[in-house]
Design a protein around this ligand. Sequence first.
Ligand code: IPM
Ligand code: MG
Length: 376
Amino acid sequence: MTRSYRLAVLPGDGIGPEVVSGALEVLDAAEAAHGFETERREFAAGAAHYRATGELFAEAEAELRGHDAILFGSMGDPSVAPGILERGFILEMRQRFAQAANVRPVRLYPGVPTPITGLTPERCELVIVRENTEGAYVGTGSTVHAGTPNAVAMQESLNTRAGIERVVDFAFRLALGRRKKLTLCHKTNILVAAGQLWQEVVADLSARYPEVETDYVHVDAMCFHLPLTPERFDVVVTDNLFGDIITDLGAVIQGGLGVATSANLNLDGSAPSMFEAIHGSAPDIAGTGWANPAGSILSLALMLGHLGEADAARAVEAATVQVLGELPALSGAAMGLSTAEVATRIAGIVREGSAQTELVPESLLGQLAALAPSRA
Ligand code: IPM
Ligand code: MG
């Protein structure tokens, strides 16, 4: 019987629909070349849908839950006040679907220019694992005397032992299949309460994974070491807010937001995982054809790896890397090809089975399936 997966597609706003349509063209090619199929269902979500209906994640939750994976474009538009979609959709999905590990590879691909002088692909092959459901992102806190000179705002960071354990355990298992090095990134000298709990969990779990070497780096020092000596890191595990910040830095190192990608992994099988490019909706260039679909296509590769289609995943990643290396610029008019043309070129390589898979290291994509929970 043909392997088949139920896929929810959420193109969203801005450049989201353009890059996702590119990713789906590549998915068609991958299915044809690798003998599996997807049953796709598209969901309206994002700024335009919210303005028309008032609907956020809550309205889509039950239907989304039945899928094997979610492919997400981007969300947000200046017509909706900041925070509404971010909290009401993106964070709701991460939290209610227990997508506890936000996996963001930082990989410099051959032929892709980086602003870091002298950096080579061999020196830049790490993964940041960001806790995705707790920390400062839970949104608790309060404001008193708002709008007066005596205004007071308190914003809390929630850290549970169970929440830290599930993501740190995942990071250890990921490291086990790689270079066996796990670095905790935090700010334990100032955020002592949370910092202590994170350190305690890493120390306790490291007894279960004696082959994995552990290390600790403060988040400010990480901003210094990550661009200059990325070879020092294999798997970095960190809290939600620090992870948000250092993964943008990671994106810069690997050539920009156009190539950065991520998986929001549910680790207990209770709900689908979600795959998305790191870039936002970029309303300023929507419709121009200047957006690079690579981030979205690379998120498709992560999704295929997670679903167990490791060969297809690797072919998609390698074809994307090959085409990225041929582009004169990574986005904008200078890219030379439109969003759709970049996608068609990648899809062509995948369809004819000529992707140079030696261009990409194999560890991560194959590992995602091995680490995926079984789903009912
Ligand atoms: C990201 C984004 C989101 C975050 C926003 C859009 C809520 O910056 O995925 O990194 O802060 O997590
Ligand atoms: Mg971010």
